[in-house]
Design a binder for this molecule. Structure first.
Ligand SMILES: [Fe+2]
Length: 139
């Protein structure tokens, strides 16, 4: 039996003691065609561990405009430093943490998605509505 991508994506129903869900932070007011400065971190109450053995490897953000057939990839970022050096794991003291900032402009409201990949616990995703203030006024 082969699983589809949707079958291996984890969400809030899979959340355990170690938090894996990407958490979006967006400005309160979002306006059509104006820059939206957002950020994402993994874990709401505590950041995900970042050690050579256990870490977030990458995150990707996608935007699905209302009425669109497919999402647009906004960014993809990899976290490549997890403490390893020639002396072994967790010896370098150098770590790239699973956080990111992004800037997006859109003429249409829609849904933002973030996927994050943990090297031990797999592929996680979260989504948030992105509602443009200008479009709310139209309704
Ligand atoms: Fe993990």
């Amino acid at each position: 039996m082969s699983l589809k991508l949707k079958d291996i994506l984890k969400d809030e129903s899979n959340q355990g003691k170690i938090e894996h869900l990407p958490v979006f932070k967006l400005p309160e007011k979002l306006r059509k065609n104006e820059q939206i400065h957002g950020s994402v971190t993994v874990g709401l109450k505590a950041p995900h561990p970042n050690t050579t053995e256990h870490n977030i490897v990458w995150m990707s953000i996608y935007f699905l405009p209302e009425g669109a057939d497919f999402p647009y990839q906004i960014l993809r970022i990899s976290y490549d430093a997890h403490g390893a050096s020639v002396k072994g794991g967790d010896t370098s003291g150098i770590y790239s943490d699973a956080e990111l900032c992004f800037t997006l402009r859109t003429a249409t409201s829609g849904t933002l998605y973030c996927a994050s990949y943990c090297n031990i616990h797999g592929l996680w995703n979260t989504s948030v509505p992105l509602i443009l203030e200008d479009e709310e006024e139209k309704e």
